[in-house]
Design a protein. Structure first.
Length: 170
């Protein structure tokens, strides 16, 4: 019993302090921004301009991996029950109030909560237990395909501009 309480406290504190958590439902693991409120992690997504939440279904299970804020390494992994909150319910309102404060660069800050109610899903990830099995190998994986990329061909003139020597004026 005490061990379970300590595991829950570790998962809660680590998740509260981390800006991102890795969440894996039935699909690949994804880095998601979140807030911890009312004893669970809350995420919003699956709408235009919001983070994708593939493989996370209401009543399903997910594994949450929390990274260390200072070193970025895996700190704790915990199992979660996924609960989709109904728009404008009491739990949804409390979660959205916290999520709205953490949402960066929202194009429509004034109508954000109404857009989330219409077009997005707000999920509650409830702690179900800690994964005590540490991985035996690397968890590195190839990046997921995405239409968003900054990788392009280097312009031909760029090396000349970068390595051009300045003339000294003395």
């Amino acid at each position: 019993m005490t061990e379970s309480l300590l595991d829950a406290a570790l998962a809660e504190e680590a998740t509260k302090k981390s800006g991102l958590i890795w969440v894996q439902g039935s699909g690949p693991a994804r880095a998601l921004w979140h807030v911890w409120t009312e004893g669970a992690a809350h995420i919003v997504g699956d709408g235009p301009g919001e983070q994708p939440l593939p493989g996370l279904t209401d009543g399903g299970r997910a594994q949450v991996t929390v990274r260390s804020k200072d070193k970025g390494g895996r700190l704790v992994a915990w199992d979660a029950k996924v609960v989709e909150l109904a728009p404008h319910s009491a739990g949804w309102e409390a979660a959205v109030a916290e999520l709205k404060g953490k949402r960066l660069n929202a194009p429509d800050s004034e109508q954000l909560t109404e857009r989330w109610a219409r077009e997005c899903r707000v999920l509650r990830l409830e702690w179900q237990g800690t994964d005590r099995e540490l991985p035996s190998g690397s968890l590195a994986a190839a990046p997921l395909p995405s239409p968003y990329t900054t990788r392009q061909e280097i312009p031909a003139a760029l090396p000349r501009l970068l390595f051009k020597r300045r003339k000294r004026t003395s």
